[in-house]
Design a protein around this ligand. Structure first.
Ligand code: HEC
Length: 131
């Protein structure tokens, strides 16, 4: 292999690594950074867990997502299965900020009868993504 060939392999390698990195830009930590930019200075896993398990008028996050975040859930209305929420079991979770916000909005309203605050969402995401 001559000098130029070596250089070509090296550059191809660098470009490949860049491409792979840019493909996985979003992750839960990124979305927590968004909350921090919006003024959240600390998050609490236990607070997230408590809210997740709290019951309001017979409804809870676990009504659809199952007792443990590592379990496959079952939609309370449609009966459809919902893939596990625990990141360790389901690495596809929490990759897209828009998806996270869409479901926080819908599910907090359905479950708690109100929107979740920024702090609550940050706590919930901290807990869920640690599971
Ligand atoms: C009525 C059923 C139901 C309840 C109750 C429910 N969820 Fe969900 N949730 C869903 C469905 C359906 C999805 C979208 C399908 C999927 O992502 O597997 C979802 C997705 C999510 C997501 C997006 C996850 C991701 O991959 O980005 C978050 C976050 C979430 N729910 C949080 C909550 C929280 C917090 C509560 C309680 C306040 C809750 N959910 C209660 C049905 C429910």
């Amino acid at each position: 292999m001559n000098r130029f060939e070596k250089a070509r392999y090296l550059i191809t390698g660098i470009l490949l690594v860049c491409a792979i990195n840019s493909g996985s830009a979003a992750n839960p930590v990124d979305h927590l950074r968004v909350y921090r930019q919006q003024g959240i200075s600390e998050t609490d896993r236990d607070r997230g867990r408590q809210l997740w398990n709290s019951v309001v008028d017979g409804r809870s996050c676990t009504s659809c997502h199952g007792r443990s975040p590592g379990d496959v859930g079952k939609h309370a209305k449609t009966g459809k299965p919902i893939q596990p929420m625990a990141l360790s079991v389901n690495p596809e979770r929490y990759q897209d900020g828009n998806k996270i916000e869409k479901w926080f909005l819908r599910n907090c309203k359905w479950t708690l009868g109100r929107q979740c605050s920024l702090q609550e969402k940050a706590d919930l995401l901290t807990w869920l993504s640690s599971q």
